[in-house]
Design a protein around this ligand. Sequence first.
Ligand code: FES
Ligand SMILES: [Fe+2]
Length: 305
Amino acid sequence: MHDGWYQVAFSRDVRAPLTEVHLAGEPIALVRRNEGSLAAVSAWCPHRGANLCRGGLLDGDAIICPFHGVRVNLQGEGRFQARHLDVAEIGGLIFVKQPGGEDAGLMRTLQAMEKQAQFVPGFELALRAEAELVVENAFDQSHFRPVHRVENLPRFRREDHPDGAYAVSGSFTLPTSPWQKGRRGDLVDVPFRATAYSPTIVLSNLGGDHPYSMITTAMPISPTETIARLSLIMPGSPSREDCLYLLEQAKAGLMQDAFIWEGMRRPETIDPVESDAIILGFRVFSDGFRTIGQGAVAGAGIGVS
Ligand code: FES
Ligand SMILES: [Fe+2]
């Protein structure tokens, strides 16, 4: 696990006062107050470790533990204090990271997009694959033609990013689609930019006459199981049909990748061809995040390796 952002849920799934999600295999309580605000705290009771989401009650600024009834304070004074994580809710997506973990400009970017575009929370898909593969995929320039049938071999260029995110740009040649609104059978060049803000979050911007963006996130459940989540960020007021079409296309694309991922062996080292340089750059970016071991969320001290 790393110390950057993870998407842990969609807002539509977090309506109750306490909702259990997981990070680094450990339970996190998402705390929804009446006024709608959201907090994320370790779900383990600081008294003797009961899971606060299993019968705990939100009472003002505290959670009453279901096991021995202590008040676990979310703020203010008191013997037992909840351990907070950083949490952000934007456009119907909920993100969590370690306190003080790496942001790489994600929140600034999403807040700016929220002012000008419409977030369309999408779908989640359980994959039998390593989480990093999902985000790394956006930087794998040589897979788009064989796996996704784009017409060209896109040549990605590394781009500078002011907040240290990992960004590349290139262009895809695609058959026109209902979204691109061209004549059937024509080809269209679509500028593409991918920006990773953590090893498990990538924002893809598709340009041209009909631009839109996608945010793809990967939540590891185990070393070989991942929940991928994908949402759209649409300029203007998109029609429901367009959104459904783009989400269906995105899901079909992920399933094309998953067919490869679920059957592959991930070697320790890669035998790189020239086009793998962009992938290797992504791995260097990912290695720049601190690795957090088991127990980190509960606050027994953050294990850094
Ligand atoms: S474990 Fe929570 S009150 Fe004892
Ligand atoms: Fe792919």
